[in-house]
Ligand binder design. Structure first.
Ligand code: NDP
Length: 491
């Protein structure tokens, strides 16, 4: 482990612990390929302890007035803000993403999410129904119990807080299983939450292999709810496992977002937004613009401005504050993205930007922002999730054709529509099968809005008012207020 700077353990019941099996693995910094951290490899025994701690913490935490719980969210938000630079650096070193994205998006977005849900305690109310003159029915909201949070590697902090914040305010306690590649940031966050006064056992973190620690967590009988973000394939496994214990499940899965630019669009604005939409976070983004659909009348003009802007993206050391585009997450993922590019070319697509590692960078898992044209709707590139900096440009002639192309995938997570015609915008928004759309802008998922996919992109919503329902059960209490309930049996 020579050269390793960071150690990431388990965080259970308010304390750092070594894994029971004593096993650690090494994680490299994807931008330097040098060892960055040694990470605990949690197993089923550790999961059992973490769930036990969360269960013991549940009665007291869930009985706290919601307004008191909300104060903890604000304290954690403040602690994150105080530690922004330090945590952003850890996040950048484990993900390869530029530091400004770590600071502004991962940590800034987490703070916003905590602040939004700190206000949600005022909305944990049920309804009073006067069913008839002799009966009042009340609905009350109760926390579901211990929640399991399974997190992918692309936004390890932000996606954790999309789950942590509503779970905390709802009164749930939790166990988080981060991705193997990105466990350090959330371990640091757990320590910060504890320092901010969060009671022991409310938030526990167990890094480890998905098929071992993740599987043990989804199987554990002490878990009531699973909130999973990750690939569609693993999401299906999680759902099957959860069925055994009839656990509540929400799944945020893969995507293959279209962005449709009509001839009457603000082309300059669309170029800028699609640039960010495609290459932000190195394209490792489930809502990334992967299929850029351009009306044939603006195709050439759009493309030349777009390629010019791509050539000026600052690629390099993610720790340099000037860097705008960093490394992809790992060597394996680098190979997977490159294989997709090769496959696309073998199926007739043409690389018109990037397509390889940037020439000036010798070390690290870098792939230049890549654009392909002549991509056939229905081909591998147009249908499968690549999850890297690869955009397919596809021309269209009519609105009907654009909608058909947009819907020619199994995913239905996000998409964009660019037009100055409001009627067309609304018509196309209705026709596109996806859960989260932008019109005349692209990107930015704000905590106030419900986010989630259709089809193979998942089940349920995170964020917004609906996001908190993931962590609540609705109980109906029927109260008879009349003189007599009457007789059913005559005798
Ligand atoms: P994976 O599905 O491979 O992994 C996600 C998480 O599940 C990881 O923590 C992983 O652990 C864990 N896991 C793996 N196997 C199991 C199992 N059998 N039981 C329980 N947990 C398991 O996704 P990636 O981490 O590769 O992330 C990329 C994917 O996430 C993409 O498909 C992307 O679209 C999707 N995503 C969706 C978002 C959305 O909001 N819809 C947002 C961001 C990403 P380990 O790391 O140890 O394998």
């Amino acid at each position: 482990m020579a050269g390793t700077e960071t150690k990431c353990d388990l965080f259970i019941d308010g304390e750092e612990r070594a894994p029971k099996n004593g096993s650690y693995y090494e994680r490299e910094n994807p931008a330097t390929e040098k060892p960055f951290a040694k990470i605990a490899e949690g197993g089923p025994e550790d999961i059992d302890e973490a769930v036990g701690a969360a269960r013991r913490a549940f009665p007291k935490w869930s009985r706290l007035p919601a307004g008191e719980r909300a104060k903890y969210l604000l304290r954690i938000a403040q602690a994150l803000s105080d530690n922004r630079d330090r945590i952003a650096l850890v996040n950048t070193r484990e993900t390869g993403k530029p530091r400004r994205e770590s600071a502004m998006v991962e940590i800034g977005g987490s703070i916003r999410t905590l602040e939004y849900y700190s206000g949600a305690h005022t909305r944990l109310n049920g309804e009073t129904l006067q069913v008839n003159e002799n009966q009042i029915s009340l609905t009350v909201k109760e926390p579901v119990g211990v929640a399991a949070h399974i997190i992918p590697w692309n936004f390890p902090l932000l996606l954790s807080f999309w789950k942590i914040a509503p779970a905390l305010v709802a009164g749930c306690t939790m166990v988080i299983k981060p991705a193997e590649l990105t466990s350090c940031g959330i371990f640091e966050v757990a320590k910060i939450c504890s320092e901010a006064g969060l009671p022991d056992g409310v938030l526990n973190v167990v890094p480890g292999e998905g098929a071992v620690a993740g599987q043990a967590l989804t199987e554990h009988p002490g878990v009531a709810k699973i909130a999973f973000t990750g690939s569609t394939e693993v999401g299906k496994t999680v759902m099957r496992t959860a069925a055994g214990g009839m656990k509540r499940v929400s799944l945020e899965l893969g995507g293959k977002a279209p962005c449709i630019v009509f001839a009457d669009a603000d082309v300059e604005g669309a170029v800028e937004a699609c640039l960010r939409g495609g290459f932000f976070n190195q394209g490792e983004n489930c809502t990334a613009v992967t299929r850029l659909m351009l009306h044939e009348d603006i195709y050439d003009g759009f493309l030349s401005a777009y390629l010019d802007r791509i050539s000026r993206i600052r690629i390099g050391d993610p720790e340099d504050p000037e860097t705008e585009f960093g490394a992809v997450i790992s060597k394996e993922h680098y190979k997977s993205v490159m294989n997709y590019i090769e496959k696309g070319v073998s199926e007739g697509a043409r690389v018109i930007a990037g397509g390889d590692r940037p020439r000036e960078i010798a070390k690290g898992h870098y792939i230049a922002p890549t654009v392909l044209e002549d991509v056939r709707s229905g081909s591998t590139l147009a249908r499968e999730e690549i999850f890297g900096p690869v955009v397919c440009v596809m021309p269209f002639k009519s609105e009907e054709e654009a909608v058909a192309m947009a819907n020619d995938v199994e995913y239905g997570l996000a998409g964009g529509i660019w037009t100055r015609d409001i009627n067309r915008a609304l018509r196309v928004a209705k026709a596109v099968k996806a859960g989260y759309l932008w019109v005349n802008t692209y990107g930015g998922i704000i905590p106030e809005t419900p986010y989630g996919g259709f089809g193979q992109s998942g089940i349920g919503k995170e964020l917004g008012a609906e996001g908190i329902d993931n962590y609540l059960e609705t109980k109906c209490v029927n109260i008879f207020t009349g003189e007599s309930t009457g007789k059913w049996y005559r005798g």
